[in-house]
Design a protein around this ligand. Structure first.
Ligand code: C5P
Length: 233
């Protein structure tokens, strides 16, 4: 079943003014928001706190990748902000992911914890450059299985891998898919891109959309266009 808030808007802005200009026009019941490294590094936790206070589900996309102890403490700090989802890099390994998972155990309002498999900006040649041979798909599948065994809630991957992943992971395992583009949009630095409705049809649970919305003349219009493209029929 498609989540009625499947769309996650990536707020890759430099300042809170731009964020509030957009989010003032959004209802927390229609979409979720993502705060990533750009905005977080500029504003610190303030942007997250303001959005959480306004009732938005916030995905804090800081992609932690460090030694297990550091990641566990960072994940706890992120959870204290009241966010809906946090993530780490699966290549940090199972000890790191388990430490992150355990750091959240027993919390009342536990955020979802996901792991990035292979960045959607990477294709086979980029993976070869860092020593991984073969297609992105096999690496994504391998890292998703590792993530699931470590007890996390899901992975971040390209919707191009969703059909294969759905065959090997639990139905409740979450697939968060960036690299979403509308027909005719510039791909930018992304490589493994998919259109919104196709991503959901392939088995994605959540769609992360940034520049297609944030650089549009009317971002709210694009959001509405995406949401209507996801309506059944
Ligand atoms: O502008 P665009 O739609 O390409 O933005 C995608 C967003 O998703 C960015 O904020 C990027 O950091 C994030 N992301 C990604 N690939 C991943 C994980 C997160 O593009 N694997």
């Amino acid at each position: 079943m498609v989540d009625n808030k499947a769309l996650i808007v990536a707020l890759d802005f430099d300042d809170l003014d731009n964020v509030l200009r957009l989010t003032d026009r959004l209802d927390p019941s229609i979409c979720r928001l993502k705060v990533g490294k750009q905005l977080f590094t500029r504003t610190g936790p303030m942007a997250v706190e303001r959005l959480v206070d306004r009732g938005f589900d916030v995905f804090l996309d800081l992609k932690f990748h460090d030694i297990p102890n550091t990641v566990a403490n960072a994940v706890s700090a992120a959870a204290d902000l009241g966010v809906w989802m946090i993530n780490v890099h699966a290549v940090g390994g199972s000890s790191m992911m388990k430490a992150a998972h355990e750091a959240l155990a027993g919390r009342q309002n536990k955020p979802l914890l996901t792991a990035v498999t292979v960045l959607t900006s990477m294709a086979e040649a980029d993976l070869a450059e860092v020593g991984f041979q073969g297609p992105a798909l096999s690496r994504v599948v391998e890292l998703a299985k590792l993530t699931e065994r470590a007890g996390l809630d899901g992975v971040v991957c390209s919707a191009r891998e969703a059909v294969e992943l759905r065959k090997v992971v639990d139905p409740a395992f979450i697939l968060v898919t960036p690299g979403i583009r509308l027909k005719g949009d510039s791909v930018g630095d992304q490589k493994r891109v998919v259109e919104p409705a196709a991503a959901i049809a392939a088995g994605a649970d959540y769609l992360v959309v940034g520049r297609s919305i944030t650089t549009a003349a009317d971002p709210v219009r694009v959001i509405k266009r995406i949401l209507s493209s996801l309506e059944p029929g």
